[in-house]
Design a protein around this ligand. Sequence first.
Ligand code: ARG
Length: 252
Amino acid sequence: MKKTLLFALAALLVLTLFAGCNGGESNTLTMATNAEFPPYEFMEDGKIVGIDAEIAQAIATKLGKELKIENVDFDSLIPGVQTGKYDFVMAGMTVTEDRKEQVDFTQTYATGVQVIIVKEGSKITTADDLFKEGANTKIGVQLATTGDLYCTWDIEDEGLGTVERYNKGADAVMALNTDKVDCVVIDNEPAKVFVQNNPGLKILDTEYITEDYAAAVSKDQPELKADIDKALGELIADGTVKTIIEKYIPAE
Ligand code: ARG
């Protein structure tokens, strides 16, 4: 009797260990982001926090998975998800037709607006000023973001101005502070944070373009995409996403 019990216990232990090992792989969901984008993702006390981090955690919890967050350059997010290095991306990432050819997007969970940051008293007062013949504006952007893509296509390629690309939005803002660029085109929420931290800068009232943010998943992972989409849909429906967003962006 004692022996049988011991044997059973030992067997159970081995099984648990096995499950633990296996689970280590399949029980973790790796989300990649670029934590240079407050309030969606940023570093605080050495930790990645923000709207996307919290929504991703809520998704992982719903799916019964452990969440791991990787902080990488914005332009390596899509390649990383394509090669399976990361399970999904949440990075205030705008859904665009080009990106849709590379990855699958979930439903959208937030809206972004590309805005223009200038120094107080700047000659640039509306978005149209960037498109004027001979304006020759130097525009700072974060590399590979939609701000970069649109300004490259609409302005640089048209010979109307030039685009300076930085690895971090904050570096583009620093360049504006030191007059290396004339303005910065970036999403509205990080823009608000950067302007708050840099006296003498302001956001123009005119908007460049409005966009939708969604999570990105590899095209080879339709089931994962469906799982994340379903979890996200439930979190939107029950108000969790709204609560998380309002925690970081108090309603005006
Ligand atoms: N919404 C813009 C885009 O998709 C900028 C996103 C930047 N996000 C970040 N975590 N740095 O291109």
